[in-house]
Design a protein around this ligand. Sequence first.
Ligand code: PGA
Length: 249
Amino acid sequence: MRKMIIAGNWKMNKTISESIELAKSIKTSSNIDVIIAPTFTSLKSVSETINNNGIIVSAQNIHPKDSGAYTGEISPLMIKDAGCKTVILGHSERREYFNESNQLINEKIKKTLNYDINVILCVGENLDQRKTEKTNEILSEQLELGLSNINDLSKITIAYEPVWAIGTGEVASPEQAQETHSFIRNKIKSMYDEETSNKIRILYGGSMKPDNAEGLLNQQDIDGGLIGGASLNPEAFNKIISLAEKISQ
Ligand code: PGA
C-alpha cells in the first residue's frame, strides 16, 4: 500500500516568526507523511523548530545549478543545507508567472536528484485545455518532458493540480480527479513499468479543504494532497492530516 502524503505549500506567505508559529502547530503523524513548504527565508528556522519530529520540510523551487552567477537564485545544495528533504517543482504558478518550461523543470529535477532530495513534480491542465479536451495530451507532455532521461522514480511524487482549481475554491470532483489520476498512473506505466506505476504516489492539489478532502482521498489512485490556502490554517490542515490518517488505517 502506498503511504499517503499531506503536503502544505505555503507559497509566498509568512515571515520567519509566523512560519515557526505555524510549523509548531502542525500535527505529526506516524502513518502518513506530512510535508510543509515554507518560503526560502524560513526554511532553516522551520527545520530547527521541527527538530526531526517527523514532519518533512520542503522548498518550493530551486535553480538547476550548483552555484555561480545567478543573482537571486537558490541551489539544491543550499536548500539541503537549510534542512530540506524535498522540493516542489513545476508548480503551475512557476510555469505561468516565471515561464518555466518542461525542459527547465526536467533540468531542475535531475539536479535535485543528484543531491538526494525528493521531488514533488506538479502537472495539470488549465481551464481552456480542459474545455477543449486537451487534458490528457497536456499531462502526457508534462510527464514525458519533465521526466525525460530520469530512470528511477523512487524519489519522485507527482502532484496533479488542475490549474482551474488552484486557489479558486473550485475543486475537481472525486470522480473527475480519480479519472485523471488513473490516466497519470497508466501513463507512468507506459513510460516505465507496472511496478513503478503502482509505487509512485500521486497527490491531488487544488482547493483541497477539510470538507472535500475525504471524498478525494478515498479515491483509489489519490495518494494524498498538495494544499495551498488551507495549509496556512493549522486547524484546517490538521483536520486533513487526520482524515488521511483515518483513511490509511
Ligand atoms: P490551493 O493551492 O489549495 O490554494 O488551491 C494548491 C497549490 O497550488 O498547491
